[in-house]
Design a protein around this ligand. Structure first.
Ligand SMILES: [Zn+2]
Length: 216
């Protein structure tokens, strides 16, 4: 009864194309479901310093559009289904415990202009589903250039020392799951993992919504 009322008041929409979902559909509409390419287990090569890495989807156009809506158009509600998709992949593919879930933090500038950190929103839902604490483990200490058009070496240089570990984060000996939206070259995730391990993390695994072709 309550569920019916909620559905009437807030009809659920497809996380990718935004159309209203039918009763039998869950998070993703039938059309998107047929078009999305889920990645086979073991197909994502972990970036350096990352022990294991899972990705849910190929970074195709409709995923790109949905991520864009979340990041730049204020559609924060999309973060929850993304987070659930990631949690599902982690459950299916990584049979290991984590002490905390972290995320790749956006810059203070983006936080000010957008009002929210999209990766944090995704990670919060992933953490909730995995029943693991969400911890602000990293802080971006300097702004980085957009990665578009940079070579692999330039990307590494661009993010080098861009993050620092939060002083109070319980990182020594911790098994960390770090969440992000899209994995492209892996330079950012690699730098995050390096920073977490420098701060004492024992193990760093990564989980992302989508993976661009060149990292597979
Ligand atoms: Zn759809």
């Amino acid at each position: 009864m309550i569920e019916r009322a909620i559905r009437l008041l807030f009809p659920p929409r497809c996380a990718f194309c935004g159309t209203l979902l039918r009763r039998e559909e869950n998070e993703i509409c039938g059309r998107c479901m047929a078009q999305l390419r889920f990645l086979p287990p073991g197909s994502v090569r972990p970036p350096q310093f990352v022990d294991r890495c899972v990705g849910a989807l190929d970074y195709a156009q409709q995923v790109r559009t949905a991520v864009h809506r979340l990041k730049f158009r204020g559609r924060q509600s999309i973060a929850a289904p993304f987070g659930r998709l990631i949690a599902y992949q982690v459950r299916m593919q990584m049979d290991e415990p984590f002490d905390l879930v972290a995320w790749v933090p956006t810059s203070a500038h983006n936080l000010r202009t957008r009002g929210y950190d999209h990766a944090r929103l995704i990670a919060a839902e992933t953490a909730r589903r995995l029943e693991t604490p969400l911890v602000q483990a990293l802080r971006r200490v300097r702004r980085t250039e957009p990665m578009f058009g940079l070579s692999a070496a330039e990307r590494r240089a661009n993010v080098f020392d861009a993050f620092c570990a939060e002083k109070d984060a319980p990182l020594p000996g911790a098994r960390v799951l770090i969440v992000d939206d899209v994995l492209t070259t892996g330079a950012t995730l690699s730098e995050c993992a390096r920073t977490l391990k420098d701060a004492g993390a024992e193990r760093v695994c990564a989980a992302v919504l989508a993976v661009a072709k060149k990292t597979r």
